[in-house]
Ligand binder design. Structure first.
Ligand code: SDX
Length: 381
């Protein structure tokens, strides 16, 4: 029997719609990103991360009372069970925090195993638990790998400040907290990227939301996706000085190697999130002496634009974020877990959207193997 294909095979499913969604929109030619129709620049200037998460998940901005209630629920659920902490203590301290996060996120399913996807109260509770506990788990692993007890969440602090507090046991200054909150807002959602697609595929089997988030965390970790923010810092270190930038870029291009933090499947111009992140980096650097890495990054952007701009290769979200986090004193292997803390909002929004109109994902393939091949007995091989 021959199978008929209605569309051409596209590696990486480029340009193939995987769903209908009203959560976010990217105009890759004009460099525009909207969450529920609102420009990202509006949200970063006027809103907060939790307000954005509410918008993404429930489809509209919360009023004052709704936001207060949401913040209160999140605050109440920020602590993690001591059994989860005990489990995390057994993780090797040399393990990557993304692996620790993926394992801990999956472990939540052991504690909250009821699966009632048609019950709005269950959905609300799962959303709140995941948003509340993911930052606590990231910070707890960071303390435990240094041999310290985790720092408990501080009920006096908002979402962004509390995470920075759990990393250091110091209340962050308001500028650092605001900038961190903007970073969370910027990373919260981005249509059908690889990790969100992974979340949707997992969700489509009607499994529990903790499995959905764990699979998305695993997908985000790769260097072609969220893991690129950590790789950018490695690259800036390797380049070492502004005068080395051109030869570095030329060598990478000649060897057909990717330059981390550049290029995007959808954007053919500079990612609008990279523009905002660059502004944040400038805000952080303005009162200090010039930062060597930032200088290298600026030169890199200029040289890559000259070499690859015609191909639509410009900085993406991962290019400037690491510079901001580094300036906030955050270790580089937490950059991708921080991306996950934020992207959880988008994953949960897509989970909720998916289960509302669910059909299991089951694409097809173009088979390239043999038919009726013979089984060769072991002694004849
Ligand atoms: C994120 O999808 C999302 O929305 C993701 C994200 C989100 O918010 O969820 O925006 C977050 O994942 C950002 C991307 C982080 N990754 C990196 O910075 C890694 C470096 N960039 C790439 O490897 C690449 O650009 C991707 C993975 C981002 C996109 O891959 P595509 O769409 O499959 O593009 P491709 O690899 O097929 O490249 C197309 C052409 C090639 O040239 P030709 O062979 O056609 O001549 O562009 C070139 C590539 O060589 N190219 C690059 C390049 N990226 C693409 N050349 C040099 N350096 C690069 N970074």
């Amino acid at each position: 029997m021959t199978t008929t294909f209605f569309c051409e095979y596209k590696p990486g499913l480029e340009g193939i719609p995987a769903t209908k969604s009203s959560i976010s929109h990217v105009d890759g030619n004009r460099g525009i990103l909207e969450y529920r129709g609102i420009r990202i620049e509006e949200l970063t200037a006027k809103g907060s991360f939790l307000e954005t998460a509410y918008l993404l998940i429930w489809g509209r901005l919360p009023n004052q009372e709704e936001l207060k209630g949401f913040q209160k629920e999140i605050l109440y659920h920020r602590r993690i069970k001591y059994r989860i902490r005990d489990m995390m203590k057994c993780f090797p301290e040399t393990g990557h925090p993304m692996d620790a996060l993926q394992t801990s996120a999956a472990a939540l399913g052991l504690f909250y195993s009821r699966r009632a996807l048609d019950d709005p109260a269950y959905i609300r509770k799962a959303v709140v638990r995941i948003l509340a506990k993911i930052p606590t788990m990231v910070a707890a692993f960071n303390q435990m790998r240094k041999g310290n007890d985790p720092i408990q969440p501080n009920d006096e602090l908002d979402y962004a400040s509390n995470f920075l507090y759990m990393l250091t046991e110091r209340v962050p200054d308001p500028l650092a907290a605001r900038i961190f909150d903007v970073c969370l807002t910027l990373h919260a959602e981005h249509t059908i990227n690889a990790s969100t697609f992974s979340a949707m595929v997992t969700a489509s089997t009607l499994t529990d939301p903790y499995a959905v988030i764990a699979s998305a965390v695993g997908t985000l970790a790769g260097p072609l996706h969220g893991g690129a923010n950590e790789e950018v810092l490695v690259m800036l270190e390797e380049i070492g000085a502004v005068e080395n930038v051109r030869s570095y870029v030329e060598e990478r291009i000649a060897n057909k190697q990717k330059i981390m933090g550049f290029g995007h499947r959808v954007y053919k111009v500079k990612d609008p999130r990279a523009t905002t992140l660059q502004e944040l980096a400038e805000e952080l650097f303005k009162d200090t002496e010039s930062d060597r890495y930032y200088e290298i990054a600026l030169e890199l952007e200029k040289v890559v634009e000259g070499e690859l701009g015609a191909k639509g290769i410009y900085p993406n979200v991962d290019f400037y974020s690491g510079l901001v986090y580094r300036k906030l004193g955050i270790p580089s292997d937490l950059f991708t877990p921080i991306f996950a803390i934020s992207r959880v909002a988008g994953w949960l929004a897509h989970w909720k959207e998916q289960i509302g109109v669910n059909r299991i994902f089951r694409p097809t393939q173009v088979y390239t193997g043999e038919h009726n091949a013979l089984y060769v007995p072991m002694e004849e091989r």
